[in-house]
Write a protein of this length. Structure first.
Length: 299
């Protein structure tokens, strides 16, 4: 999975061009909130053209909510270009992801795409009712590649005045939504992707937020400005100390295949420690290979 997912309004050629040269692991070509309804036909055409660009980043499309009149038009416009996946906004629950999967089955056949290759990333907390069924993603379509969350629509739905405290931390209702997304993703066996940090000029604040997200178990983060991408990419890469320790742990278990528990530096390690070590090394390998393939650094 990717570290950084950069939202790009698909109706802006200037922003699309800038995003295509950005070191984001994934671009989200937006047809929803950042695009006025009157601009959506143009945005669909430009999104389809951007999907054909030869860039190393994954290319996702945020469509309009599945129950809207625009959603099917969005899908029909972009699916011929074979996006990496569809970002699903405002789902009522896992059933919307299953419904979207059925539409993708049909559109993949019609456009000669390999069955099941288009993934789904639900923004899982934008409706209050959706919070009560987060566990259902564990049994939803295998197209789900991760779960992310959002607070803006959720806070508007409940009539909140603000969603963050004076220091920029989430207030309790939204911290709950964030935690539910994290746990639901773990239950479904997919990465959790933290939401946007909207104060895009506040680099120290972004560094703190992204570091906390990785600490808590999120594997990536949404971005709203290209300047945020290098900070996010760096925050979600393991440190040299973490890499060295992970290599030791993996090597110890490889040398002792029958052991359930192994000692290292005065501490007892078991299978969860091995799994975390493997994740660290897989992250380094995955993003190192992308940099080598694209010739694009995170700077």
């Amino acid at each position: 999975m990717s570290r950084s997912y950069l939202f790009v309004p698909a109706d802006s050629p200037r922003k699309l061009d800038k995003a295509l040269s950005c070191p984001a692991d994934a671009l989200i070509l937006d047809l929803e909130d950042s695009v006025a309804p009157a601009s959506r036909p143009v945005a669909r055409r430009q999104a389809a053209a951007a999907l054909d660009a030869d860039v190393g980043a994954e290319r996702w499309v945020r469509i309009n909510p599945l129950a809207s009149d625009d959603a099917l038009d969005d899908l029909q416009a972009v699916m011929p270009a074979g996006p990496t996946g569809i970002v699903l906004p405002k789902p009522r629950g896992a059933g919307d992801a299953d419904e979207l999967a059925g539409l993708l089955d049909k559109l993949e056949r019609e456009n000669g795409l390999a069955a099941g290759t288009t993934r789904i990333l639900p923004i899982s907390t934008e409706r209050p009712g959706a919070l009560f069924g987060m566990h259902e993603y564990a049994d939803a379509t295998p197209r789900i590649a991760g779960l992310t969350w959002g607070a803006e629509d959720l806070s508007a739905a409940v009539g909140a005045v603000v969603s963050r405290d004076e220091e920029g931390g989430w207030l309790p209702p939204y911290e709950l939504a964030r935690s539910l997304c994290l746990f639901a993703a773990a239950a479904a066996g997919v990465p959790a992707i933290d939401t946007v940090f909207t104060d895009f000029r506040n680099e120290p604040g972004l560094e703190r937020y992204a570091s906390r997200a990785r600490r808590d178990g999120f594997e990536g983060m949404l971005a709203i400005h290209p300047a945020q991408v290098p900070v996010i990419n760096a925050a979600f890469m393991p440190t040299s100390e973490e890499i060295a320790r992970a290599e030791k742990i993996v090597a110890l278990f490889a040398d002792n295949p029958g052991a359930g528990v192994i000692g290292l530096d005065g501490k007892m390690l078991d299978r969860p420690h091995w799994l975390q070590a493997r994740r660290i090394l897989d992250t380094v390998t995955r993003h190192g290979e992308r940099a080598a393939k694209t010739g694009m650094s995170d700077e």
